[in-house]
Design a protein around this ligand. Structure first.
Ligand SMILES: [Zn+2]
Length: 362
């Protein structure tokens, strides 16, 4: 079947499956029965049990043909929250949500493209082994990729989960930390004995005011996300919780920024219980030796190869940190996570062809 028509049929089936994060079972079953029907080895790992999902990550394999090399192809099975059944219309090749909820082309479009590549790999002259990794719970913190329990054969991989145009690959992504600070004050009657209390809210406010937030520089950002605390207007607030995040493409800058925030928070009158953790590691592919392969592949399908910097995280970050050199490939999905989500199937087909040309050369 012609590529674009294949993608259309698959996507129409895939977007009808309801699979919000931690409820990926319908998509997992769809992929597993497809893989069995086509004769590919398929396993489901234990990430679902660890993460509390009704499905694990699904790994599908098609062994190498003559070449001793495996390449991972990854897409996530979950979608963000739906506000109803997915409904779409076609305007030419553009498949778009009718506006009631998301389309969930993010990331079913990636799944459809990977299925096509698996089914047609022999015919297309792809000699490397293909390792399809379909993850759970990407949208709520890359949970499936972080908890992958299956050992992978691949040292290099491609994630199909970028909004960028055909021929584009994310080149650099930030390191991302999050923090939670609980200010411990002392309750007291606000009218009768305010001097006996210590306001956690006032300490939190001073701490927040002491930090510069927003864009710190071209590659570094931070944000106070939530604040909650206090009990009543007539009580000096005994507790106040502040949460937020910081990101930078430069790990050292991120560590310095987190230290600044921590110091500011710890220099207030109230004591603070401070916790911060790495959400995911960043990566940087500038100077990568595969650049010439990507350029040739783009030329072969008539698109321009572009490295694009990104400020977001994806499963790509997790696999790179695990030692699989992984690239997030543009599949031209537009306005993901909104009710205006759409995808042009001729663009998705171009992106798929670009990846096929890479796989033939890698
Ligand atoms: Zn996605």
């Amino acid at each position: 079947m012609e590529l674009k028509e294949y993608l259309r049929q698959r996507l129409e089936e895939l977007v009808k499956l309801k699979a919000e994060s931690l409820e990926e079972r319908p998509v997992a079953d769809y992929i597993i029965s497809w893989a069995r029907e086509k004769g590919f080895e398929v396993v489901e790992d234990n990430a679902g049990k660890i993460a509390g999902s009704n499905a694990g990550n699904v790994i599908v394999r098609r062994p190498p043909r003559g070449k001793d090399k495996w390449v991972m192809l990854c897409a996530h099975m979950d979608s963000v929250k739906l506000s109803g059944d997915v409904e779409y219309v076609f305007e030419g090749d553009v498949m778009k949500s009718t506006g009631k909820t998301i389309l969930s082309a993010d990331d079913r479009a990636g799944i459809a493209a990977i299925m096509y590549i698996f089914e047609n790999a022999d015919k297309l002259g792809i000699d490397v082994g293909l390792e399809g990794v379909f993850t759970i719970a990407e949208e709520i913190g890359l949970i499936g990729a972080k908890n992958l329990t299956e050992k992978l054969n691949s040292k290099v991989g491609f994630v199909l989960d970028s909004e960028a145009d055909p021929g584009s690959i994310d080149v650099v992504a930030p390191y991302h930390d999050k923090f939670e600070a609980v200010f411990k004050g002392k309750a007291s009657h606000a009218g009768v004995a305010p001097e006996e209390g210590k306001s956690a809210i006032v300490s939190a406010a001073r701490a927040i005011a002491a930090v510069e937030w927003g864009r710190i520089d071209e590659e570094t950002t931070c944000n106070v996300g939530t604040i909650s605390g206090g009990e009543a207007d007539n009580i000096v607030a005994p507790s106040c919780k502040v949460t937020g995040e910081a990101r930078s493409r430069d790990e050292k800058k991120l560590m310095e920024l987190m230290n600044r925030i921590e110091n500011a928070f710890k220099s207030q009158e109230c004591e603070v219980e401070w916790r911060h953790e790495r959400e995911y590691d960043g990566y940087n592919h500038y100077g990568c030796e595969l650049e010439s392969v990507f350029k040739e592949a783009a030329q072969a399908v008539g698109v321009e190869f572009k490295w694009v910097p990104t400020g977001g995280g994806s499963d790509t970050n997790v696999f790179n940190a695990r030692g699989v050199k992984t690239f997030n490939v543009g599949i031209a999905m537009k306005k993901p996570h909104t009710n205006e989500e759409y995808i042009d199937l001729s663009e998705l087909a171009k992106s798929t062809e670009f990846l096929i040309e890479i796989l033939k050369r890698i």
